[in-house]
Design a protein around this ligand. Structure first.
Ligand SMILES: [Mg+2]
Length: 389
């Protein structure tokens, strides 16, 4: 399976779907909230939505596709000017060796960030190709499935007003979700009033869903340790399943200290990269749950290694964000109890103009679960129309 071409295209779409566009104006705490000029909306500082799609073709005409986020349009440049040189002419089936050579070759400018996102997309394309060559879904190549379908949790519940949030939470229960995640509105820039508003948001959702639904909340890197120490005391009565990304990704001391302060599980890792990054989280006992994203952390190959570390350390893995790759990942790993899904809140609607789906044949959850794909490879086709948006 000699690689004959590597094509990388940029689309002005978010890999996270429509949620990323909506979050530019929805209320939620962010790491820039401490700066008044950026506190109002995430859109005041966030990059333009973009994703890269990598297609790797072999001499026998098979094409594997992978993808990653590409906010600054850097991915095609990195792949075309450097990485493709280490791929063309090589055997596409040698995924481990190709991954390792690309990682080593990009070390001076890689290790984390956009180079790893590019490597992630390449790795996913190679797995898609391997599945197509074997005529099997990727999770079967990985030794799965470990369960017939995967629970998903509803991830939305922005603090848009108590009545809307109540209706939204109840709608998710009615749709069959057993777990849901909300966003904290405030961080250290908003004092006691903000703390009270954070607590009221959590209390409102707990009240709306009762005791038999898991609820959790995301601080999107917007807190500091002292703030979190006070906040968890307020939140303990509401039995949160986890508090997510309370701190900056590199501030592992604060994550580790927070675990000592509270019984609420501490999660993070959606902005972490490779086994080396996650090994540091585990070494510092900084998190109960890690949330790698295969479109960032190094693809399926590295995701499997991160799962092995987590298994040995007694840590749960719940991947960040939805997508075909995470369905295969969860079907193949025993350490992943559920995955994230971004539903459309009942009070919201998609834009008037028809929104083209990113993928054809992408599975959607029903009754809070998503089934196993049966098509070869990753099981989806990228919609050509997204490149013309
Ligand atoms: Mg998050």
């Amino acid at each position: 399976m000699k690689i004959t071409s590597v094509r990388t295209r940029h689309a002005n779409r978010s890999i996270w779907g429509h949620l990323a566009e909506r979050e530019k104006t929805l209320p939620l705490v962010t790491p820039l909230d401490i700066y008044p000029q950026f506190e109002e909306t995430r859109g005041s500082w966030f990059w333009d939505s973009g994703m890269a799609v990598v297609e790797i073709e072999t001499e026998d005409g098979l094409v594997g596709a992978g993808w990653c986020e590409d906010g600054c349009s850097a991915i095609p440049l990195i792949i075309e000017t450097h990485m493709s040189r280490l791929l063309i002419g090589q055997d596409a089936g040698e995924i481990e060796g190709l991954w390792d050579r690309l990682f080593r070759a990009t070390l001076p400018y890689g290790r984390k960030g956009v180079a790893l996102q590019a490597l992630s997309a390449i790795d996913l394309a190679l797995w898609d190709l391997a599945g197509k060559a074997a005529n099997k879904p990727v999770y079967q190549l990985l030794g799965g499935p470990v369960q017939p379908d995967i629970p998903v949790y509803a991830s939305a519940l922005h603090p848009v007003g108590a009545d809307k949030v109540t209706a939204e939470a109840k709608a998710y229960v009615a749709e069959g979700y057993k777990a849901m995640k909300m966003r904290f509105p405030y961080g250290p820039g908003h004092g006691i009033d903000g703390m009270r508003a954070n607590e009221e948001h959590i209390a409102n959702v707990r009240d709306a869903v009762g005791d038999d639904i898991e609820i959790m909340a995301d601080a999107y890197m917007g807190w500091d340790f002292l703030y979190a120490k006070k906040m968890v005391k307020r939140l303990e009565p509401y039995r949160l399943a986890w508090i997510e990304e309370a701190f900056l990704p590199d501030d592992l001391n604060s994550y580790a200290k927070l675990r000592q302060e509270t019984d609420i599980p501490v999660s993070g890792g959606e902005h972490e990269y490779t086994r080396f990054g996650f090994e540091q989280i585990i070494e510092k006992e900084a998190m109960d749950i890690i949330q790698p994203d295969l479109r960032r952390c190094g693809g399926l190959s590295e995701g499997r290694r991160i799962c092995s570390l987590a298994l040995a350390a007694g840590i749960t893995v719940i991947p960040h964000a939805y997508g075909p790759t995470h369905i295969h990942f969860a079907l193949a790993e025993t350490v992943i109890p559920m995955i994230e899904y971004f539903p459309l809140p009942c009070w919201d609607a998609l834009p008037d103009a028809e929104v083209e789906p990113i993928f054809h044949d992408e599975l959607q959850p029903k009754n809070g679960r998503v089934g196993a794909p049966d098509k070869p490879g990753l099981g989806v086709t990228v919609n050509e129309k997204i490149f013309n948006d």
